[in-house]
Write a protein that binds this ligand. Structure first.
Ligand code: BGC
Length: 788
């Protein structure tokens, strides 16, 4: 274990055992002290080693830069898109020639050892200074073995599994020539109208921070020089998820307190975990778009947070500052560089205008040098100067990509992402001898299984639900009927087919599709109906104003419900949907997101009970679009509504409940759990002390299973208003049927801190509520005070 880690472990141990220390044996105390001493020694040694290697890197980069012309330095700041994928509105041209002239720092959307070798060879053999290129790509939830969309992944509440998913992605990407992923996206997302909620970990800053850090560790490992480590890119800095009205690329205007407490923590956590690069977001922040926002990219990111890597713009993000109204290309390019954007993705504003801005003294040589140095340093850390072909290895590509092991891990990860929303009368798991009507446009579908932003994933390799059920239960009696087209709505069809959805209306009329499905259901014991969005309805530029199931699918579901047959609704979607009718009328609902290459096998295992679902929502499911934004960690208001009374002057709607349909943290299991009242080992603490909050968790149902025990705190009175509750910890525990375990959370001063109106991060003495439960709504509570 490295020194820092060892120190952290000891600190955690001491915090957890503080009460026991006075009873501790002398020998244990001596052992602990010796371990602390050796950890301190290790840290000192590591610091010396880092300083020495930094010195070496600085000398190397300084020497290289002394040979570079101004054009070559500006060239390092240029990131064109070329290759196999199109992820933005325009494509780069003349890339090969630019590489030869030393006018390119990296490219993205090119992968495979052969294609990467071709471009890297141009840089190494044709360009004057032989500076290797970076190769970036949006490896978001897997490279070729695709795992669940990030919103689904986060629903696993399993950090080691999430880290593993990033590790698998990095191993495959690095074997395919890539050395940089544009992930993790850690934008807090509280608005399901925004299609990019699919790429997020949902609404909570604490969980989002842990996930962001786990992903960075998974991509970068503990040393970028490792052959399967790739650069992570924390995006989209910042506040992209708070776009007004959930419309992509829209403006964000937010108080600093809200930013610091609710939106910035995940970016900071990912940077603290060592993320080497950051992507500036497209949006305006309080009047200055992120790409040109010096406060954000320099004062906060570098000066306050100590970020040492480089910042890349988003796709033509610099050019778009003209449409934002900040000036012509020359002006906005200079502004962006000055603000702290080091690399220009696709737009070539830097390449075409910085030289002139320098001549006109609008910018200094020093800012160009600084940006260039940061990019060269990242290349150095990856070991590209030592071996520019480090990531080009046909053999690794053959053996490590889409391996059987990766696929079986992907299946396990997919299973962990699924959330059981409803299960009346224990309709699930399916009895193996039941006669099943498998219905719906997503039931025998491969195209959509891997989700929208699925990198180099090949949907043809994905497993459909029908195939999965046949694999999991070969003897099951299954009749399939499509029931409806995936999308009938002409406006949506036009949008998504232009972007690769490839949806063709079935030869049968919509009426015939429904009547065939209804007769299949009538002949069966149970109907499993697989509905939802097309994968292309989620991700970038897919904002929606209506989150109901599409009308044609809903019509099918209503017709099936009218048969009186028991129905299991299996959902696939990129975002929380509004499902009030479904919740009221369908006995069993399983949320499966778009769960990747192994989707069908994973879903089938859940349906037949080979795997007992344990996922929990990380984004609230509203009842209707009018409630949005709706999130669990909201403020109280001065007139909070109790949900029952009929008083007029309360913060409420007259036509809808305030409550979500399914709250944050919610998800059922095939078994049931009972959580006891919360026991605190004391009721007051000073800032130097801790309190242990304990519950007994019992598996009271008929299956072994896992429960995510969630721990929330409310700061009742503060110098500024505080949320009604905030997640501060969780533990995923496995319990055999009938088994009980006690679960303890340690309350310490640092978890009571928040940014006050002076943006000081401090706790305030006073009273607090503690809530522990199976989701953010159904909790047991207790209280304590912080005395000083
Ligand atoms: C997206 C980024 C992505 C980039 C490169 C942009 O349109 O906003 O998330 O990394 O394209 O593909």
């Amino acid at each position: 274990m490295k020194g820092q880690q060892l120190r952290k472990t000891i600190k955690r141990y001491i915090q957890m055992n503080i009460n026991k220390i006075h009873n501790m044996k002398k020998s244990t105390c001596i052992f602990l002290l010796a371990t602390i001493f050796s950890a301190n020694n290790l840290v000192a040694q590591q610091k010396r080693a880092t300083a020495a290697s930094d010195k070496k890197m600085n000398a190397f980069v300084t020497n290289l830069m002394s040979k570079m012309t101004l054009d070559e330095k500006i060239g390092q700041l240029n990131l064109p898109a070329v290759g196999f994928d199109v992820t933005g509105p325009i494509l780069s041209e003349g890339v090969d020639e630019k590489i030869e002239k030393g006018l390119v720092g990296g490219v993205f959307n090119t992968f495979t050892p052969q294609a990467v070798r071709k471009l890297q060879e141009l840089a190494i053999t044709k360009s004057r200074l032989k500076i290797p290129l970076l190769f970036g790509y949006d490896v978001i939830h897997g490279h070729k073995t695709i795992m669940p969309i990030p919103l689904g992944l986060s629903a696993s509440w399993d950090l080691s599994l999430i880290e593993k998913s990033a590790r698998i992605a990095a191993r495959e990407a690095s074997a395919d020539g890539l050395n940089w992923t544009f992930s993790p996206m850690v934008d807090i997302a509280r608005d399901p109208r925004w299609g990019r909620i699919a790429e997020s970990s949902g609404e909570d800053p604490y969980l989002g921070s842990l996930i962001g850090a786990a992903m960075v560790r998974g991509y970068q490992t503990n040393d970028l020089a490792n052959k399967d480590a790739i650069l992570a890119c924390v995006k989209h800095f910042a506040l992209y998820g708070a776009a007004e009205a959930g419309r992509d690329y829209n403006t964000t205007d937010m108080s600093l307190i809200k930013m610091y407490n609710e939106y910035l923590p995940p970016y900071k956590a990912a940077i603290d975990a060592g993320a080497e690069t950051v992507m500036a977001s497209f949006n305006d922040i309080n009047g200055t778009p992120a790409t040109a926002n010096k406060w954000l990219l320099t004062d906060l990111l570098r000066n306050q947070w100590g970020f040492k890597g480089f910042v890349v713009s988003d796709y033509t993000g610099i050019n778009e500052l003209t449409a934002h109204g900040l000036g012509d290309l020359k002006t906005v390019s200079a502004k962006s560089l000055e603000a702290g954007t080091d690399m220009d993705m696709v737009g070539e504003g830097f390449l075409t205008t910085l030289k002139q801005s320098l001549q006109e003294k609008k910018i200094t040589q020093a800012v160009i040098d600084l940006a260039c140095r940061r990019i060269l340093e990242s290349k150095y850390k990856l070991g590209l100067f030592a071996n520019p072909y480090k990531y080009i290895d046909e053999e690794r590509a053959k053996t490590e990509i889409l391996s059987q092991k990766n696929r079986s891990d992907a299946k396990m990860i997919a299973e962990a992402s699924m959330v059981l929303l409803k299960n009346n009368n224990q309709l699930l798991p399916l009895k193996k001898n039941a006669k099943i009507a498998l219905i719906g446009p997503l039931a025998d579908n491969k195209r959509d299984m891997i989700g929208n932003w699925s990198a180099a994933g090949d949907w043809k390799l994905a497993i459909s639900v029908l195939e999965g059920l046949k694999n999991a239960a070969p003897d099951m009696d299954i009749t399939y009927a499509k029931g409806a087209n995936l999308v009938d709505d002409p406006a949506i069809l036009k949008q998504i087919n232009a972007n690769g959805a490839e949806i063709v209306a079935d030869e049968k009329s919509p009426e015939k599709l429904i009547s065939d499905a209804v007769s299949a259901a009538k002949k069966a014991d149970i109907a499993v109906v697989v509905l939802g969005e097309s994968a292309i309805m989620g991700g970038e530029a897919t904002s929606r104003t209506n989150l109901d199931l599409l009308p044609n699918q809903k019509e099918l579901l209503k017709a099936l419900a009218a048969t009186g047959k028991p129905i299991v609704l299996v959902l696939m979607n990129s975002r929380p949907l509004t499902l009030e009718w479904e919740d009221a009328n369908i006995p069993s609902i399983l949320e499966t997101w778009f769960s990747g290459t192994e989707a069908g096998n994973a879903i089938a295992d859940v349906l037949v009970g080979n795997y007992n679902p344990a996922g929990k929502l990380t984004a609230t499911f509203p009842r209707n679009v009018g409630q949005i934004p709706l999130y669990y960690n909201h403020k109280s208001t001065g007139r909070p509504y109790d949900g029952v009374s009929n008083e007029k002057f309360k913060s409420r709607y007259i036509d809808s409940s305030n409550d979500p349909l399914y709250p944050f943290g919610y998800g059922l299991s095939y078994t049931s759990f009972e959580i006891s009242p919360v026991k605190l080992n004391r009721n007051t603490m000073t800032s130097a002390q801790t309190i242990q909050a304990t519950v007994e968790v019992k598996n009271t149902g008929g299956y072994d299973g896992e429960e995510v025990v969630q721990f929330y705190i409310q700061d009742i009175y503060g110098s500024v208003t505080r949320p009604v509750k905030e997640l501060k910890g969780f533990q995923k525990v496995f319990l055999k049927k009938g088994e009980s375990k006690s679960v303890t959370f340690t309350i310490n001063n640092s978890m009571l801190k928040f940014y006050n109106s002076d943006l000081k991060f401090a706790s305030e003495p006073g009273d607090f509520n503690v809530f522990i439960g199976a989701n953010s709504r159904d909790t047991k509570s207790s209280g304590f005070s912080l005395t000083k």
